[in-house]
Design a protein around this ligand. Structure first.
Ligand code: 5GP
Ligand code: ZN
Length: 113
């Protein structure tokens, strides 16, 4: 998807501060951090949102989820963190490439609003 910002980050066309990568997943710093640690964890594969996941993606997303605590540990989030997937219009999703916000380094508030 050449018009997708996150696909362009995956392809190296747009620079990013990568904190973790493997053959299926990358994690990079959000350009507008909302917490001392604010990383976006994304599959390299273009999947538009949680609404667009198919059976084919189940193993990929299982592996992505199983990496989150490893990335959090690398980033020093031993005291906890939050994982958020804004989805669709009401969820205020602005980039249509599935991503999980990994936020930490401060006490979060609830509800998120
Ligand atoms: P959403 O609003 O879709 O849940 O989250 C999109 C996130 O992507 C936002 O937090 C925004 O700051 C971040 N973002 C958008 N464009 C870029 C970019 O080009 N580089 C980086 N590092 N983050 C981006
Ligand atoms: Zn994409």
């Amino acid at each position: 998807m050449s018009d997708c910002i996150f696909c362009r980050i995956v392809n190296g066309e747009i620079p990013s501060e990568t904190v973790y990568e493997d053959e299926e997943i990358i994690a990079f710093n959000d350009m507008q951090p909302q917490a001392p640690v604010h990383v976006l964890v994304i599959p390299r594969k273009h999947i538009a949102s949680l609404d667009d996941i198919t059976e084919t993606d189940e193993e990929l997303l299982g592996r992505l989820m199983s990496k989150v605590h490893i990335i959090a540990e690398m980033l020093g989030l031993a005291n906890g963190y939050r994982l958020v997937a804004n989805t669709g219009e009401d969820g205020l999703q602005t980039v249509r490439h599935l991503h999980f916000h990994l936020l930490g380094g401060r006490k979060m508030s609830w509800p998120p609003g």
